[in-house]
Ligand binder design. Structure first.
Ligand code: BGC
Length: 748
């Protein structure tokens, strides 16, 4: 056949001209060229775009180009420098997933998506491996920072906004990891055992909302099993649920190096194996030849691959520039990061900083070595990171020189020491910024600092990442040094009536109950991207009023989460046992029992009224809001919810309104955010909720069910701060459920 470039009109012609070998090739990625280089954790190839996670195979005879898949989700993960050129390829470091979700602002998240999509395209990539959207089942999951929330509606809505933003730029998104990938320990093999209700209503719900509301070009299946079956080879999950029930029409690709039964994966609807091994090509060919894999199943996957490839910039020969507008994107990240920061405490209106506060003593190693993002494939090679020192200085606030000098001398030393020590974290050194141990600050030093400073800021930093879960000791909880630092600084500064502000520079939840009394104000900055220090300064100085709210519960103790009991103890990084000669074999957890069922996050804490440090949905503002005129009414197959918000304080600000349906676990069913309201100004927010999103699983009858009746909707400022309610009668809603993924369910 004449090589005619693949286009939308000739997909069927090309498909019918393909040999079995070519079809098999197209379903298996182009392989990794150098496994653990400076690129992504699992993917790193040098062809086409250096440091991108992988490529698909080119078939020149049929005009089928290779397409490039790059990691995300916090920005484009490619090598910043390349052999043979002085040019650099730094990408903007956007706020981590949790920080973005904490904005509760889908428009802003869509804007970030546009910027990320634009960089993906301008750096010659076609698909970005994000958003990450697994549920925060437990605070100890090492990748929670990449994910959005403990709530599926919020996760689904934020992910949908991100996907729409990315795909508006003509490149594909790849939401991941489908599904129930809520732990890193033994992630490549663990069997997640859970009830069908928890699976459907919690772990799949977010993906369902995202698929229905954004139609991603692709989805990444996860490494783990669900109730005994690897997700990658589950027909029920990838075809019945994802495609038939939810209407997904894109490509499913595997997570990297997750080699399973190749033929079963093709039949299940896992179209693309990444990064791709020659053995998988042979598997497909052999299985078709010996009759165990129907050619029709192969063709279905190949057709979907061609439909994907035809949409890509590479297929359209897009002349990418390698020069995205990094300055414009830095402005996008700065604003978004500030909007996601959550003010947990602000006694006596400590913040915004009063004009007389001109000099600050900056404690904590991460004030100077600020975390913009997490570790692993989700890290981004950013052109710079604005630390807190720089952010404050640029905002006209000085740092005390002696303390600053001490930290600045300590950091290079501590970095060298960390690299020299044989710590498992070594593995991550090129995959992001590791956590340095805190520096001991003497009492003498603190006593001297208080003479020169008008206030103290202590930054508490936490780092986490791919392949490793967090520990309770010294990670969720504070270390002994951190406790000492907080208590000493607090005592000395308060004696002088000078405020103490704590900035939390962590991608995930930490313990606060034991030390929050030492602080006058606590700001959770998360890991806010490359402009981090500027974004924090924007909040501290009052340029922006905080409007972020927590997307997960901050418990008093980690063990308060029922899932902590069944959360595996973190193991070594060398979890990638299946790779030949890779690391030391470790003991596998084998399965995780979700004994807590639906008792995840606020659903549990609020139902059993257990005390928390800060509840889901919580966050303070510099102003106050009044809620009025709540209403709920049915319109067709939707409920219309509306409420009027008035700024009753003295400063401008935005308010996040949350709506919880008061039945069962009182789930979040809608949310919206006001514009920046001036004092006295008001805005009426209207939210539309499909009846489908209100239904719960009626397992006995294999259906989604919302029984007819009167329902109460609570308009709330947090999951524990209900301001208004409205009732309405709703008709019954049912929808069949075609697959239930019970233990030992057969494939197809
Ligand atoms: C991660 C994915 C990532 C892929 C490619 C895997 O280890 O789980 O999130 O996209 O590697 O780097």
């Amino acid at each position: 056949m004449q090589a005619q470039l693949l286009n939308t009109e000739n997909i069927e012609t090309i498909l019918s001209a393909m040999t079995l070998e070519e079809k098999a090739q197209l379903l298996v990625g182009g392989g990794n060229d150098g496994f653990a280089g400076s690129g992504a954790m699992m993917g790193n190839q040098k062809k086409l775009v250096a440091g991108a996670a992988g490529i698909t195979v080119e078939i020149p005879r049929l005009g089928i180009p290779s397409v490039v898949l790059t990691d995300g989700p916090a920005g484009v993960h490619i090598d910043p420098t390349r052999e043979g050129t002085e040019e650099t390829f730094y990408a903007t470091g956007f706020p981590i997933g949790t920080a973005l979700a904490s904005t509760w602002n889908t428009e802003l998240v869509e804007q970030v998506g546009q910027a990320i999509g634009n960089e993906t395209r301008e750096y010659g990539c076609d698909i970005i491996l994000g958003p990450g959207m697994n549920l925060h089942r437990n605070p100890l999951c090492g990748r929670n920072f990449e994910y959005y929330s403990e709530d599926p509606l919020l996760s689904g809505k934020i992910a949908a906004a991100m996907v729409r933003g990315i795909q508006s730029q003509g490149v594909g998104a790849c939401p991941k990891h489908f599904a129930v990938n809520s732990q890193e320990s033994d992630r490549t093999k663990v069997d997640e055992r859970l009830s069908v209700q928890a699976l459907r209503e919690l772990y799949l719900r977010g993906f369902e909302i995202m698929v229905r509301e954004s139609q991603p070009w692709s989805v990444m299946s996860s490494y783990n099993r669900i109730n005994g079956e690897f997700t990658q080879q589950s027909y029920a999950l990838l075809t019945t649920i994802l495609r038939r029930e939810w209407g997904f029409d894109g490509v499913v690709l595997t997570d990297w190096t997750g080699v399973r039964n190749t033929a079963m994966q093709v039949s299940a609807g896992n179209d693309l194996m990444m990064p791709g091994y020659p053995r998988q090509v042979e598997d497909i060919i052999a299985a078709v030849r010996n009759g165990t894999l129907p050619i029709a199943d192969v063709d279905t996957c190949v057709r979907r691959m061609l439909q994907l490839i035809v949409r890509t910039p590479r297929c359209k020969k897009y002349p990418y520039s390698n020069h995205p507008d990094l300055a414009a994107h830095a402005a996008v990240t700065r604003q978004n990061a500030a909007e996601g920061m959550v003010l947990l405490k602000n006694d006596g209106d400590t913040l915004p900083l009063r004009p007389e506060i001109r000099t600050i003593a900056l404690f904590g190693v991460n004030s100077y070595d600020f975390f913009s993002g997490g570790l692993g494939s989700g890290c981004v090679h950013t052109p710079y990171v604005v630390d807190l020192l720089t952010g404050l200085t640029d905002a006209g606030i000085a740092a005390t020189p002696a303390l600053t000098a001490l930290y600045q001398a300590y950091i290079p030393f501590a970095t060298l020491k960390l690299r020299a020590d044989k710590d498992p974290l070594m593995w991550f050194l090129d995959q992001g910024q590791p956590k340095l141990p805190e520096m001991e600050v003497s009492e003498q030093m603190i006593n001297s600092e208080v003479q020169h400073a008008d206030a103290a800021i202590i930054t508490l930093g936490r780092q986490a990442g791919e392949g490793l879960d967090r520990t309770i000791e010294d990670d969720f909880n504070l270390t002994a040094e951190e406790h000492r630092l907080l208590s000493r600084v607090s005592e000395v500064f308060r004696r002088e009536r000078k405020p103490v502000i704590v900035v939390v520079n962590s991608g995930s939840v930490i313990e606060t109950a034991s030390w929050q009394a030492y602080a006058d104000a606590i700001l959770v900055a998360w890991q806010p991207g490359e402009e981090g220090g500027n974004s924090v300064a924007d909040i501290l100085t009052g340029k922006i009023s905080p409007s972020g709210k927590l997307t997960m519960t901050w418990p008093v103790a980690c063990s308060d989460h029922p899932s902590t009991r069944n959360f595996p103890k973190p193991m070594s990084l060398y979890d990638y046992k299946e790779r030949e000669n890779w690391g030391t074999p470790i003991e596998f957890v084998h399965y995780t029992d979700h004994a807590e069922g639906m008792d995840v996050g606020y659903r549990y804490f609020n139902t059993c009224k257990r005390p928390v440090a800060y509840p889901f949905g919580f966050g303070l503002s510099y102003t106050t809001f009044e809620y009025s005129r709540p209403s709920a009414k049915r319109q067709g197959d939707e409920v219309l919810l509306s409420v009027t918000i008035r700024n009753t304080g003295a400063r401008s600000g935005k308010e996040v309104v949350q709506v919880y349906m008061q039945s069962g676990y009182s789930p979040l069913v809608a949310f919206a955010k006001t514009r920046d309201l001036q004092p006295g100004e008001n805005e009426t927010l209207t939210m539309r909720v499909p009846l489908r999103y209100l239904a719960s699983l009626d397992e006995a009858n294999s259906q989604w069910l919302l029984p007819s009746g009167e329902y109460t909707f609570a308009f709330a400022a947090s999951s524990r701060d209900i301001r208004q309610t409205a009732k309405t009668k709703l008709p019954a809603f049912t929808e069949p459920v075609h697959a239930v993924l019970l233990p030992n369910q057969t494939n197809k």
